[in-house]
Design a protein around this ligand. Sequence first.
Ligand SMILES: *[C@@H]1O[C@H](CO)[C@@H](O)[C@H](O)[C@H]1NC(C)=O
Length: 159
Amino acid sequence: MPSAKVFFLLAVLGVTLHCQVLARPQKRSTKGSIRVVGDNGDFLPRTVIPTTYIEMKRTKLLRGQYSYTLGERITGDQLADQQEDSDDFPAARDVEATISYPTSSTGLTLTYINILVEQSSEDGKAYVTQGGINQKFADILVIANATTHYAHSGAFYGY
Ligand SMILES: *[C@@H]1O[C@H](CO)[C@@H](O)[C@H](O)[C@H]1NC(C)=O
């Protein structure tokens, strides 16, 4: 027979769950550099990739964790910049993120770029769309399709 104590606990649990649901952000498209493309987004997906884009090397680290790299560390280079962003979606979405180096006026000459990406799905690629290794700037495009979660941490090394 349920006691008053049980009712109290159920009420507390109910309120807690309700608050968690309310607190969950219901963002639809753009947050920072991350945007939803395709039918549910504000932009068309990039089905044609310009030949000038440089595809980054993709390595699967864990399920849902990928690293995209370009270039190589050299003696004397250093971490020049690190940028992070993330977003969650109520249903699977095709997502594009852009990351630009430098964020301030002058950048170091880049040697190595490493972008760590988390997504709930497998389908993804990353490109350097402008600049890159041996240059003082770089624009990165990350594509993550059919994902409910997206996060990146981009590291730029240079001298
Ligand atoms: C992502 O979806 C787009 C649009 O359907 C498709 O063109 C592309 O090949 C997919 N995968 C990647 C990694 O871009």
